[in-house]
Write a protein that binds this ligand. Structure first.
Ligand code: NAD
Length: 255
């Protein structure tokens, strides 16, 4: 299977290329980065799409939208998108493109994080808002540009799903000044940025007399690259549609 790597000069792009090269049956068919980027062996996006069965993309939301539209317009290749922080219009544009091409989009390609989503949903269902306050915490390296992380938002969504509420109605993204007491049912987010942290996430269920904390720690970003490669193998040859990592891992019934 021939893989094109988008954002090839980036931290994740380099990890993806190294992971693909180490896998049996896979090869890096093309590497590309932003238009005008200088780097050995880089080709244009058009040339990369023509050379690949699947594109693995860790760039920016805007670049991922343009890439999804280009893949849709030519009817392939299939796409694995890892960029985080899209706005509603960018999400909608990727949804639209997925009518013409198979896309796996995930804010986190780790098996264990996708397991954590299910555990958080289950805990939120059992530990009700009258007794348990839910707080999501994440920490990342200082170069990350979006906050909270896509994974933190997915964890908040899983907690809201468990409680049968809309995340938009209960999310609290910042506390500063005289905030007043914590409203019942709020799902709070807090964020730390610094150094080279690859990705820490935790969800705490905080009662008067106990705290349950479910947490995940990423130790090496090749973890995400390996998951993206699993997704690439899975999505090649699939019918058009928008899939996520739970489909890839068989945690949903669409797989
Ligand atoms: P990075 O800044 O190191 O790399 C991004 C690369 O994309 C850069 O080389 C940049 O030049 C390139 N790029 C920008 N516009 C482009 C375009 N139009 N076409 C091609 N390339 C373009 O960032 P990173 O740490 O590698 O992370 C990239 C994205 O992946 C971020 O959104 C990050 O949050 C996300 N991420 C997701 C996961 C996951 O599991 N889903 C894991 C880690 C990071």
């Amino acid at each position: 299977m021939r893989i094109a790597v988008a954002g090839a000069l980036g931290r994740m792009g380099r990890a993806v290329a190294a992971t693909v090269e180490a896998e049996a049956g896979l090869s890096v068919a093309a590497r590309f980065d932003r238009p005008g980027a200088a780097g050995e062996g880089l080709v244009s996006q058009d040339a990369a799409l023509a050379a690949a069965d699947v594109v693995i993309d860790f760039t920016t939301p805007a670049a991922s939208v343009a890439l999804a539209q280009a893949c849709a317009a030519r009817g392939g290749p299939a796409l694995v998108i890892g960029s985080t922080g899209p706005d509603d219009a960018q999400r909608a544009a990727i949804d639209l493109a997925s009518a013409k091409v198979a896309i796996v989009r995930a804010a986190n390609f780790s098996l264990a994080v996708n397991m954590l989503l299910g555990l958080v949903e289950q805990a939120a269902r059992q530990l009700g808002p009258d007794a348990y306050d839910i707080e999501v915490f994440e920490a990342h390296h200082k170069r990350k540009v979006d906050a909270p992380s896509g994974t933190a938002l997915m964890l908040g969504q899983a907690a809201a799903d468990g409680r049968g509420v809309g995340l938009g109605q209960v999310a609290r993204h910042a506390r500063d000044g005289i905030t007043g007491p914590r409203p019942t049912g709020e799902i709070g987010f807090s964020v730390m940025r610094g150094g080279g942290i690859i990705g820490e996430h935790s969800v705490a269920f905080v009662a008067e007399d106990e705290i349950l904390t479910l947490s995940h720690s990423a130790r090496d970003r090749t973890l995400f690259a390996r998951g993206a490669v699993v997704a690439a193998r899975w999505v090649a040859g699939r019918p058009p549609g928008l899939y996520d990592m739970r489909d890839v891992l068989g945690f949903s019934d669409r797989g």
